[in-house]
Write a protein that binds this ligand. Structure first.
Ligand code: ADP
Length: 515
């Protein structure tokens, strides 16, 4: 609220009245400007006013027009209180009607008691204060609308970018299919094409994973699997994952580690994702042949720095690069773009770990540095950082797969057989039940969207059989939201995996998650 917002503009019936009235008002700790004429008063209204006080004779005839115009020019939230000092004795009804039409009018009959006068002024200002609350609310709504428009625009841009990014890998995959069809035993061509297609499918998978992650994180649905983790190992894992990207752009990666464990309580996969995203960005946003430093340090906290010699970030963008869908200088033809969600994920994941991340840059062309700070784990007395169990050998299982997508079911079966399991595939619910009765599977992997009898029902039917109590039921579905997971849990599934099946996740379930 500005200083003038609460002032009273006062035109007294006479100069002396004006002086006395104004003194009374300011004496009560209120602001008042005594005006010499209605003209002056009306000119002051746009500069801020809490209430106006005018004598009756100023508010009729031409004066009324002037006052009405000043009131009309107020913003829509305004209903300016007008106190009209009327002459002693009865005011003719027609005049009262004309005065009232001015707006929020209170008639004060002269002569007035000082307290009565001040009470009327205070009531008018209270009324005005409520109008200012409306003004703030309206302004807040306008800001919100602006923010929504902005978010909407960014979402539109994002959708265009997403379509573009998802389409990019499709062309080489389609070419790859054509090549494989024509390869005709040319093993070198097949191997090369296979490598290319795998890379592109991985890339697509990463985009979709990022999208799912960001939606889960923004809805607070991510659970960290925390354990005592040595950040040296996390850095090594992230560097390894990003090495192909770094090498493809002929960058030099220099890793500096303190030569002792730096232990934090964290989800190692998620932290590797954080460091990996920062390294990928350093590689993407540097001209070929750059230098990337990955540094692990510690003071009171564990600190990971990713520094590059690349494009840098303009100062005005630094605070915004972590916002969803934000990209500096976004164009649809960027060769190596992402979706503008990598840094949002980084920030959210770091904050979920109780840490902070910040960006610094000397400006365009001067490189960037991202710093992640994490609270160090205070070890329990005599405690050691958790040892990860050694990878156990595969225990062969009897596995039933039910999937109406022939390729999906068969390829999964082949992969599982190759790792030593006995697998049978059924195409629909009734068939699945039949095979289960014969195979007595230890594990059943069920697609949910089956024709006829869906996966939930099939799970229930298997569970109801005497042999079904101990079967480990795994739902395999395209839907990975918490709501979907809850449904599968309630239907009696032990595990929920999203398509395309992540073999590592399935292998982990087969290793550790079977009854
Ligand atoms: P993107 O998918 O576009 O890489 P991010 O959220 O990872 O999305 O990054 C947001 C934006 O921040 C990028 O588009 C890029 O403009 C800028 N940025 C991120 N990392 C760097 C970096 N190391 N150097 C220069 N700019 C960067």
């Amino acid at each position: 609220m500005s200083e003038t917002d609460e002032r009273v503009l006062f035109l007294g019936p006479t100069r002396r009245d004006a002086a006395t009235g104004a003194a009374l008002i300011t004496g009560a700790g209120l602001r008042c400007r005594a005006c010499a004429s209605l003209d002056e008063l009306c000119r002051e209204v746009p500069n801020g006013v809490g209430a106006v006080i005018v004598p009756e004779e100023a508010a009729i005839g031409n004066g009324a027009d002037m006052l009405r115009a000043a009131i009309r020019d107020q913003p829509p939230w305004s209903n300016l209180p007008v106190l009209v000092l009327t002459a002693a004795g009865p005011t003719p009804a027609a005049r009262v009607k004309a005065l009232i039409e001015l707006g929020d009018v209170t008639l004060l009959k002269r002569p007035l008691e000082a307290t009565e006068f001040l009470n009327a002024v205070r009531a008018a200002l209270r009324d005005r204060r409520r109008q200012y609350q409306v003004r703030e609310y309206v302004a807040g709504q306008a800001r919100l609308a602006e923010e929504l428009r902005d978010a909407d625009r960014r979402k539109d841009e994002f959708l265009a970018m997403l379509a573009h990014e998802l389409r990019n890998p499709l062309a080489p995959i389609r070419n790859g299919l054509a090549i494989l069809q024509m390869a005709d035993g040319d093993r070198a061509a097949v191997r090369k094409t296979y490598g290319m297609m795998s890379r592109q499918v991985d890339h697509l998978g990463r985009l979709v994973d990022d999208l799912l992650d960001v939606s889960r994180i923004t809805r607070g649905k991510v659970e960290l699997r925390k354990e005592a983790v040595d950040l040296n190992a996390v850095l090594a894992r992230a560097a390894e994952a990003v090495r192909p990207t770094i090498e493809a752009r002929r960058h030099r990666l220099i890793v500096t580690q303190p030569g002792r464990p730096v232990t934090v309580s964290a989800d190692p996969t998620r932290l590797a994702q954080v460091v990996g995203n920062l390294l990928t960005n350093a590689a993407k946003y540097s001209d070929e042949g750059g230098r990337i430093d990955l540094i692990l340090e510690e003071d009171g906290e564990a600190i990971v720095r990713v520094r590059d010699t690349g494009l840098g970030i303009p100062a005005d963008m630094l605070p915004r690069v972590f916002d969803l869908f934000t990209q500096v200088g976004r164009t649809l033809d960027r060769a190596d773009g992402g979706l503008g969600i990598g840094l949002t994920l980084v920030k959210s994941l770091v904050e979920l770990h109780g840490g902070t991340v910040s960006a610094a840059s000397g400006g365009p062309g001067k490189g960037s540095e991202f710093t992640v700070r994490l609270p160090k784990l205070v070890r329990a007395r005599g405690g050691d950082a958790a040892e990860r169990p050694a990878a156990a050998g595969v225990t062969p299982r009897r596995i039933l797969i039910v999937d109406d997508n022939l390729d999906a079911g068969d390829s999964l079966a082949t992969l599982l057989e190759m790792t030593g399991h006995r697998v049978e595939v059924a195409r629909n619910g009734p068939q699945g039940l039949e095979v289960a009765a014969r195979l007595r599977p230890e594990v059943a992997v069920l697609d949910l969207g089956l024709p006829g009898m869906n996966g939930y029902e099939l799970a229930g039917r298997i569970r109801a059989e005497p042999f079904g109590k101990d079967v480990t039921l795994i739902a395999l579905t395209g839907y990975g939201q918490e709501e979907d997971r809850r449904r599968t849990r309630e239907a009696g599934f032990d595990h929920h995996l999203t398509k395309p099946a992540d073999l590592d996740a399935l292998a982990a379930v087969l290793r550790n998650g079977v009854h």
